[in-house]
Design a protein around this ligand. Structure first.
Ligand code: SAM
Length: 205
């Protein structure tokens, strides 16, 4: 039987979702996500920023205007949406199709590496987070907003049961241990903030 490459599967899932993604997320974006994005954005440091898994470009309007942002995505359809969103924003942003697990950038290149709700869907999150560390300058920052497996054992078990269905529908794993993955990839945690119980976290590493 033909093996499907996990990145191809993720790409297909997000290509399929691209047309409805913003509409589907609108209530959460309005209620919580937009304010969380702003909090994370305030921590961006330096002039060279990499955004991973840019999606439809929801973070783009929030960047300071005097920096250079390179934003990558796996899904071409999501990227098209991000390109449209970037058109009206007059700042230095480049949008590229690329896999976070295999970045085409030199070592020690970016001051800040930024991602929101991405490492729930990167097929091998530790590999991706290691790549981010490789391209981040020494002393640079990793800024993440991520949902993850709850610490409560019963809730964690329920998330494990529901996970395969959610992955099929939305492409996202709801039971990833992202904080542990960040540590496994060699990052040092500087700040960890709980945004919605212990399920959504801001991570500064
Ligand atoms: C849930 S969406 C989040 C989009 C956006 N960051 C946001 O906050 O709205 C997850 C995004 O991660 C991207 N993604 C998943 N795996 C990836 C990978 N290996 N490399 C790059 N992007 C990836 C998907 O294409 C999708 O756009």
């Amino acid at each position: 039987m033909k093996q499907i490459n996990p990145s191809d599967l993720t790409r297909k899932r997000y290509d399929r979702l691209a047309f409805i993604y913003d509409l589907f997320e609108y209530p959460m974006e309005w209620l919580r996500f937009a304010s969380w994005r702003a909090v994370l954005m305030n921590k961006v440091k330096g002039r060279q920023v990499l955004e991973v898994g840019v999606g439809t470009g929801k973070n783009l309007p929030h960047y300071p205007r005097d920096i250079k942002v390179i934003a990558i995505a796996l899904s071409p359809r999501m990227l098209e949406k991000a390109k449209k969103r970037a058109l009206g924003l007059y700042f230095n942003v480049e949008l590229l199709e690329m896999d976070a697990q295999y970045l085409a950038f030199p070592d020690d290149h970016f001051d800040t590496v930024f991602a929101t709700f991405v490492f729930c869907s990167v097929p091998d999150p530790v590999l991706g987070l290691r790549e981010l560390r490789r391209v981040c300058k020494p002393g640079g920052r990793l800024l993440l907003l991520e949902h993850m497996r709850p610490g409560n054992p019963l809730l964690g078990f329920i998330f494990d049961i529901l996970n395969p269905m959610v992955v099929r529908m939305m492409g996202a794993n709801i039971n990833r241990r992202t904080l542990e993955n960040v540590l496994k990839a060699g990052w040092r945690i500087k700040e960890e903030a709980l945004l919605s119980s212990d399920i959504v976290k801001l991570i500064h590493a």
